[in-house]
Ligand binder design. Structure first.
Ligand SMILES: [Fe+2]
Length: 335
């Protein structure tokens, strides 16, 4: 290999669109779907910078533009500092050995899916009870491994998908909608998704994080909401988005999903009353999973619908106003 073709460590400030990079460390240390990828836009460079690394490796052979090579300095450079987050993440959120568990192929898919579901519930409960920067950051890192598993291990993903029908509590709802939305995105876009699946999936799981600002009394009230209470409930779409902004953890994907997941095709949704193509595909996916889970989950004050009845109701669009193409792909997930 010619010296000019060898991979080269490149400072973040020298990165350019068209360079093929390799992120340092494992999947827990960055939020990209893959550790090696071609930089396609400036947003990706900003995201690499936000990961806290000072430099990444650029592979000239796979890049569209060549990285600059700096002459070796005539002094001995200090050893690179170990990567540490810029703030204290607080107590660990994910259980010890979680990444080893995810990659353990000796565990039967059904058992793996059951344990994974319980871990997700436990973690989601912690995040929604205390949505601080440390918890959300750790959640996003933990989701990264779950997403890899869901995309790569079809059997475990299918088992997990069939677990997503239980009694309705905010935690189970968030997990159910997260899992179903990831599967639906995969069904619509396959393996060649151009989307940042890590950010996207974290946002699917956290779509209702704004509800953490609502009292349990109102959240689980069996009474019909007053006009004022309805406005408080509906504010969770905007509150969730703001909450992530305050924690400095908002991504393009989360902004879209959190703020649009209650928009409806005919403009009857909230908060903006967007119509048709004004609603992003991420939000249409999340809305479909959200409505299905709401229909099939049992609440204190409402019985659940059977799967078939719920799909029928969604098909004939009884005031639900979901996107038809997304719904068709959703139905295929049950076959
Ligand atoms: Fe919601």
């Amino acid at each position: 290999m010619r010296p000019a073709d060898r991979p080269v460590k490149t400072p973040i400030q020298d990165l350019k669109v068209g360079m093929f990079v390799q992120m340092p460390g494992g999947w827990t240390q960055h939020s990209f779907f893959r550790s090696k990828f071609l930089i396609k836009n400036d947003e990706q460079i900003s995201k690499i910078a936000r990961s806290g690394f000072s430099e990444v490796i650029v592979n000239p052979l796979r890049s569209h533009i060549k990285p600059e090579r700096h002459k070796k300095p005539n002094y001995i450079p200090k050893p690179p500092k170990e990567h540490k987050p810029k703030f204290d993440l607080g107590p660990p959120l994910m259980p010890t050995g979680f990444s080893e568990f995810l990659s353990d192929t000796s565990i039967a898919p059904k058992r793996k899916a059951g344990h994974l579901y319980n871990v997700c519930l436990h973690v989601m409960e912690k995040v929604l009870s205390d949505p601080n920067m440390g918890n959300i950051t750790q959640f996003k890192q933990g989701v990264s491994g779950i997403v890899d598993l869901l995309l790569a291990d079809k059997e475990t993903a299918t088992q997990l998908f069939h677990l997503t029908s239980r009694d309705h509590y905010t935690f189970t709802h968030s997990i159910n909608v997260g899992v179903m939305s990831i599967m639906l995105t995969k069904a619509l876009y396959g393996e060649s998704t151009p989307h940042d699946m890590q950010e996207l999936s974290a946002a699917y799981f956290l779509h209702d994080i704004g509800k953490s600002k609502i009292s349990d009394e109102l959240l689980y009230s069996p009474e019909t909401y007053t006009e004022r209470e309805r406005k408080v409930m509906e504010a969770h779409a905007v509150d969730g988005s703001e909450l992530l902004t305050e924690a400095n953890l908002q991504s393009v994907e989360s902004k879209i999903i959190l703020s649009q997941h209650h928009e409806r095709e005919d403009g009857s949704g909230y908060p903006q009353g967007l119509q048709g193509d004004q609603i992003h595909i991420y939000s249409r996916i999340c809305a479909t999973a959200d409505v299905f889970d709401a229909l099939t989950s049992r609440r204190l004050f409402k019985p659940s619908l059977l799967l078939y009845d719920a799909l029928l109701l969604m098909k004939y669009d009884k005031g639900l106003h979901l996107n038809k193409e997304v719904f068709s792909a959703f139905v295929q997930l049950f076959k």
